[in-house]
Design a protein around this ligand. Structure first.
Ligand SMILES: C[S@@+](CC[C@H](N)C(=O)[O-])C[C@H]1O[C@@H](n2cnc3c(N)ncnc32)[C@H](O)[C@@H]1O
Length: 331
């Protein structure tokens, strides 16, 4: 009986790990454009020759793909990519979410796998912004679609005419505002120069209001123009220690007008929603010497009250990810 129980448990853990196979397979396909390569149907050996790849390993990858329905084996021995994989994973597809797999498999999972060593060590990992800045800015933008209506509502309600976005990434939020509203003054500050440059090249909406982007560190950047109506800091807090976050709020206070608003979109720890996600996020953050844990609601309220803001609104944006929209107003 005992032995059966043990085997049953082993089976349970094996099964619980099965979804990893899908992510692994899709990630390999994404990195090497393999779903494109097999889109029209071809043999593993043709692809291996063409791409100078290890044929045995490519065969194994294709076997897994057929088993999990990412690929199809035709009667003539050719392998075909399933349409949904080309559409949802290939870099060329405008529906692709492959970049999310890249972030998970290359950034998050390796850190979580190094936990046994990190637990016994004084050392931390170091987040390399030069390597992953573009990936992280791109994956953050998946939240935009859900968060933007709340930002739009705030702009309309307060009749805001100017918005500054700190840590603007690929300027997705500013682009959405600029595409919808006329006569807006839109400014973005983005520390990562290549992200800032790519943002300028990739604004994908026709704009009714133009956007000025500055490749600068928001903490040293100085503004001597008219104050802004709204400041935003979206998915930015974990780059700053809890102590340094006061400086962020002070900056927002400095550049906004008398009735200035501050919008923050961020995952929030210990909130009503997405606790597993925010806890895992914090495991990842705390393993680094240059990334910091997510704030909880009490910290946000305290940050605001210490810097002359008041929390006016806090609404979930993506519940399972603990992502919230927060609106602060100058007190
Ligand atoms: C996770 S991304 C979020 C991008 C965008 N706000 C969004 O929500 O989609 C955060 C961005 O903040 C930028 N950032 C971090 N520290 C910064 C600083 N001190 N000044 C300006 N930008 C900064 C990073 O380079 C990164 O591109």
């Amino acid at each position: 009986m005992k032995e059966l129980k043990k085997i049953w448990r082993a089976r349970k853990w094996m099964k619980s790990n099965e979804p990893f196979l899908y992510a692994w397979h899709a990630h390999v396909g994404y990195v090497h454009d393999l779903f494109d390569e097999f889109e029209e149907g071809t043999t593993v050996s043709d692809v291996a020759n063409k791409r100078d790849m290890n044929e045995l390993l490519l065969t194994r990858w294709a076997d897994v793909g057929v088993a999990i329905n990412h690929l199809k084996l035709d009667k003539d021995g050719k392998i075909h990519s399933k349409k949904h994989m080309v559409e949802s994973i290939s870099k060329n597809s405008d529906q692709s979410v492959g970049i999310l797999l890249k972030e998970m498999m290359e950034l998050h999972i390796p850190i979580l796998l190094s936990y046994p060593d990190l637990l016994n060590s004084e050392d931390h990992a170091s987040y390399q912004d030069e390597d992953y800045g573009g990936t992280v800015a791109a994956t953050s933008s998946f939240i935009e679609r859900f968060a933007f209506p709340k930002i739009h509502k705030c702009i309309k309600k307060t009749n805001a005419k100017s918005v500054i976005d700190f840590g603007a990434g690929y300027a997705g939020y500013l682009s959405r505002i600029g595409a919808k509203l006329e006569d807006m003054k839109l400014v973005g500050i983005e520390k990562n120069k290549s992200v800032c440059l790519e943002a300028e090249e990739n604004i994908h909406f026709p704009l009714k209001s133009s956007i000025s982007l500055y490749p600068d560190d928001m903490m040293t950047w100085q503004w001597d123009g008219d104050p802004f109506d709204v400041a935003m800091m979206n998915n930015l807090l974990y780059y700053f220690s809890p102590e340094d976050r006061f400086g962020l709020f002070e900056k927002a206070h400095e550049v906004t007008g008398e009735k200035g608003e501050l919008i923050v979109i961020s995952p929030i720890h210990e909130s009503k929603h997405g606790i597993a996600f925010s806890a895992a996020f914090n495991s990842f953050m705390s393993a680094h010497d240059n990334l910091f844990p997510l704030p909880n609601r009490a910290e946000m309220v305290n940050l605001a009250s210490e810097t002359g803001f008041k929390l006016k609104e806090m609404k979930p944006v993506v519940k399972e990810g603990a992502w919230y929209f927060m609106r602060f107003q100058k007190a």
